[in-house]
Design a protein around this ligand. Structure first.
Ligand code: GDD
Ligand code: MN
Length: 446
């Protein structure tokens, strides 16, 4: 069993509460031969992607450090029935350099080491959450797998979490760790810094933080280094929260969605990479902004949507299809009416081009926008019926377009192009709504 992988949790990104150790189980005298029960106090996740060259050293340093720490801190516990311990979980996204295999090979030498190999999902933030979901610990931590986060800082961070545990009068099994919910290793407090960063990188990093402060002041403003990927959080503070992280910045998700009370910070110096390379691209900056906006609007968009019952995704698809229709219309109009091509009359050309666009739009909408409905109403007859309804509604829409355009232009004296844009927007909504209700209506087929 020792060389097996941790299975990847499926479904939503929600971390379960721990089932507390059963009291009665504890009071039962334990046989000397039976293995000591273990209480996992700390689960440290190491997200990796192509870190095979760093892994052995990292696991060695972390294991030694944590073994020593836990032994020193909990030695008074030896007579207890429960041994306090930690676990180290590598979450690798199926790295081409076989980082996960390197992890597996290390397992026989490090009993606290576990390895997860994710094949379907990707991404730093979700890797961390999957690791936490599979973990047993009461404190959940994360550290980079490239040795850029100095491992020694961990002991200071753990000390912050364990304040109260040092009190010899408190019974460990019941104690609620410390009153700190989150400890962040920060580059921007005393003792913190970056080793060798150029001007641009510093500006980008600070700029991102500033932008975060603008969009999400209550979240970003709570810590000095919201970009940090080196922190630990009390499990109970984020258990049962529906997480939905995007991109790199998992700490923002924890701060934004968790019930984080007291926060502590410990300074650290961001080291230079010795092996492998950074995975950061422009994509991470875009994800970061989207992530901020998502947290900012948290639930609000969904709520409005539920209230209005507007199928936003469908509407966007419909709009996109409509846009494709505009290009089809233009192209056909050109082919038929342009002097250099067929040079037909404008009205005749436009009638044909509109109809081709309508057919184009129908096909895409039937295949894509409303595919879940059309797939239930199969057969050519039904499809043609949908098409005729669609055609009819769209023709009506064209009439409406002309009416609105005239009204806006002649009565409200709005610029004709702006007026046309408004008319198109209104007609798009009209088309969408009536087609949703009529053409792709969910009917009980008789
Ligand atoms: N599983 C998994 N999946 N791990 C990943 C992925 C992924 O898609 N992308 C990156 N990682 C791992 C890397 O292997 C590394 O262990 C860690 O995540 C950090 O990735 P780097 O690419 O080395 O990030 P960085 O050094 O540029 O960024 C660091 O700086 C930030 C502070 O500005 C990271 O430490 C961040 O965590 C930190 O917030
Ligand atoms: Mn790195």
């Amino acid at each position: 069993m020792s060389d097996s992988l941790v299975s990847v949790p499926l479904g939503s990104f929600q971390i379960n509460e721990l089932i507390s150790i059963n009291e009665s189980e504890l009071s039962v005298e334990q046989n000397h031969l039976s293995p000591k029960k273990e209480r996992v106090i700390f689960s440290l996740i190491v997200p990796t992607f192509n870190e095979s060259k760093n892994l052995a050293q990292l696991v060695e340093v972390l294991s030694r450090l944590l073994d020593n720490y836990f032994e020193a801190k909990f030695q008074g516990e030896f007579d207890r029935k429960v041994a306090s311990t930690y676990e180290l979980i590598i979450v690798d996204d199926d790295s081409p350099d076989l980082t996960w295999q390197v992890g597996l090979d290390l397992m026989p030498n490090y009993p606290k080491l576990r390895v997860m190999r994710r094949q379907g999902e990707k991404g730093l933030s979700t890797a961390v959450i999957r690791g936490w979901q599979a973990s047993q610990g009461e404190i959940l931590g994360v550290i980079d797998g490239d040795l850029q986060h100095p491992p020694e800082t961990l002991t200071q961070m753990l000390d912050q979490m364990f304040n109260q545990m040092l009190d010899p009068d408190v019974d460990l099994v019941d104690v609620d760790l410390a009153d700190v919910d989150l400890v962040v290793a920060s580059r921007h407090v005393e003792g913190g810094g970056v080793s060798d960063w150029g001007f641009i990188r510093r500006v980008l990093s600070r700029g991102a933080q500033m932008l975060g402060l603008l969009i999400l002041p209550n979240v970003i403003g709570r810590v000095s280094d919201p970009m940090s990927g080196y922190f630990m959080v009390r499990r109970s503070a984020i258990a049962n929260c529906a997480m939905n992280p995007l991109g790199y910045k998992i700490l923002i998700e924890v701060l934004g969605r968790g019930q984080i009370g007291k926060v502590a910070e410990v300074g650290y110096v961001f080291q230079e990479r010795q092996e492998g390379e950074s995975k950061v691209t422009w994509r991470q900056y875009v994800d970061y902004i989207l992530h901020l906006l998502r947290l900012r609007s948290r639930g609000r968009i969904t709520k409005i949507r539920q209230k209005l019952q507007v199928p936003i995704k469908r509407f966007l698809s419909f709009g996109l299809v409509g846009l494709s229709g505009v290009f089809v219309d233009m192209a056909i109009l050109y082919l038929l009416s342009d002097a250099s091509t067929l040079a037909w009359g404008l009205t005749r050309s436009k009638m044909i081009s509109s109809e081709v666009a309508v057919i184009n739009n129908f096909l895409w909408n039937d295949l894509w926008t409303f595919r879940n409905i059309s797939s239930q109403q199969v057969g050519w007859r039904k499809r043609i019926r949908r098409f005729l309804k669609f055609n009819f509604i769209c023709l009506f829409g064209i009439g409406l377009n002309i009416l609105i355009l005239n009204f806006l232009y002649n009565y409200l004296h709005i610029n004709q192009y702006l007026a046309n844009l408004i008319a198109i927007a209104i007609v798009t909504i009209w088309n969408f709504w009536f087609n949703l209700k009529l053409s792709w209506r969910v009917t009980q087929t008789k």
